[in-house]
Design a protein around this ligand. Sequence first.
Ligand code: IVH
Length: 785
Amino acid sequence: MKAAETRILELRAELDLHNYRYHVLDEPSIPDVEYDRLFHELKALEAENPHLVTPDSPTQRVGSAALSAFTQVRHEIPMLSLGNAFEETDMHEFDRRVTEGLDLPNDGLFAEKVEYSCEPKLDGLAVSLLYQNGALVRGATRGDGTTGEDISVNVRTVRNIPLKLHGEGWPETLEVRGEVFMSKAGFDRLNESQLEVGGKTFANPRNAAAGSLRQLDSKITANRPLEFCCYGIGQVSHDISDTHIGNLKQLKAWGMPISRELKAAAGIEDCLKYYHDIGERRLSLPYEIDGVVFKVNSIAAQRELGFRAREPRWAIAHKFPAMEELTELLDVEFQVGRTGAVTPVARLKPVKVAGVTVANATLHNMDEVARLGLMIGDTVIIRRAGDVIPQVVQVVLERRPDNARKVEIPQTCPVCGSQVERTQLIKRSKGKETVSEGAVYRCVGRLACGAQLKQAIIHYVSRRAMDIEGLGDKTIEQLVDEKLIGSPADLYKLEYDQIIELEGFADISSKKLLKAIDDSKTPTLARFIYALGIPDVGEETAKVLARSLGSLDKVKVALPEVLTYLPDIGLEVAHEIHSFFEDDHNQNVIGALLGECKMQLQDTGDLGAEFAASATLGGMLDKLNIPSIGPGGAQKLADKFGTLEGVVKADWLDMRQTLPEKQAQSVRAFFDVPENAERALKIEQQLKDFGMHWQNEKKVVEGLPLTGQTWVLTGSLELMSRDVAKEKLESLGAKVSGSVSAKTHTVVAGPGAGSKLTKANELGLKVLDEEAFVAFLKQHDISVE
Ligand code: IVH
């Protein structure tokens, strides 16, 4: 055998083994990149030696030329369906029929329990896989049970279907049966990418699996995240085991994926326990199931029981409540959120879906309404998936009434009457902005809109923002509705006499609320920035802004390009931040908070030491996004001209000495536009003002006392909340993480600490109880009230 051939065989065996470990045993032993390397080595070798390519090579899972139609396949042994049980009584009935059918004593002292196998009932489609001498020779759909379609090329693309069986001892002819399905994650990914390319989305994982498998173009199938799970055998040249579970375990050893949930149950009561246990875990399983399947485990007993019509007497499907239901779309209303987004919400004729009554469903945005082709009066399919909110997944067009009405976005805000505008999507790249229409409509009313004001205040007072206790959503609604507040600044003007009039308030609670409002006047800069509710600025971004720039004055004027020097702030978010502070209305509110309301922000005032002189001329030129200039070209310009002014004024011939003609031209053309030159000089000026400019003095980065340390908080703390503890640690420079590892510096463990504490002790990490932690904070001048 030649070297190439030997290596090809080696690689195939190795890839097969890794496939098996990954898909069947769930115990991958090499990282994905290593698998990819081996795979590519094999592909390259096969490309050089096409005569050595065999149909069972792992490289052959890519699909082949499209078919014009599927050919028909006759199932030697029909593929049957299962009887259904919905109630426990149906299950007891089934067990009684089995016990009687097998002539077992079924009551009193001598009652004999039947052993059943238990498996989830996967929601996909049934497939038959035929193996001859261990090689996959045919795949077929169930069809009507007697005749199906030959989907051999398609099944070969399903990653966890073995193209040849492992080990030895398999029957010469072996027909494996099971379900091809799509995981919930695979389904979400597929729909997302379909949306991106403007393709058709699928209503549920089952439809997605069916649509993907029954593709005449198997190259499409190859790109769909399909999986197989084996649940039985059809035609077989000799018996494998005397039990169903024995069969499946043997198939697993031959490389066939079977359910991880496969279990034996002693008697029907055990089956019911299994049903409830899986039922509880149903939503958190990675795939959709519509019930569980129970089968008499003994093959001899199965044969004795036989079939009735088209169903085995030895098996039953115990179904779960359906996750999808039909109902009527009564109306579409529009809700206004914190940032003014006007969202369509479906008002439905109430319907029970998997045990929960559903009367509303979000429709996300008008693009989604258009995609669904939704009209008021339509009959729609409602789906609950996981614990997420119910969704409208499909319109049943055949049931559309004559008087169905179009869904129209209101021209004015349903809450405040302001104009509703369609958002624009601005893409910035290489010095250019391209504007397109966004999917979201926004009410322009800002805080003049009651809905936005309510949400803004709810956010402002929330625990992680200004943490004003005693101001619940209902109270905020009342304050806004009665026009007692028109902006967060008005909170600080509330008086005792006004508060005590509010629903649910008395003397003590009113005083408490006033105190809580007053106490919130000295927030950290980070909390204050977060509380402002700038679109796309969460807690982490707020912390970055506060820690890096050190003062609100800098944050307020920072140019988008300057903001992108900060960690994890991209150009889009930078623009959001910049335009928020440019807005007159926002300026007035912030002015009132810091002026009349006398808020005092706790800030350092200083630029984070690591940002001093952190900008370079080359880096800055790169950020200007000059067409056809990358980081390399930008650096060349910096090296040659030394100053921004030098570059802006450089003459084309000088430029031509450093850069190729096209790039030199592009730089010249860019700075010939006065706005570009002005903007660049403005950015440079700001870098100077902030102390980030390359000419500034570089400060020695000393950092804070805990800089570079990772701390973990676990268990409950009595003197402060975990959030407060986290904030205090972060103010000392520590990173606070949720999990313990060898890299953890210290663990603070309160009462009730569990596995994290155990792990910390195992790793020999430093552990502090609350008392020691408080003492530690005091040493660093941090008080605990
Ligand atoms: S056994 C003779 N086991 O349910 C027994 N079926 O209504 C045949 N299914 O067409 C099926 N998971 O597509 C069996 N663990 C499981 C199953 C399962 C899903 C599907 C299968 C079949 C339908 C029967």
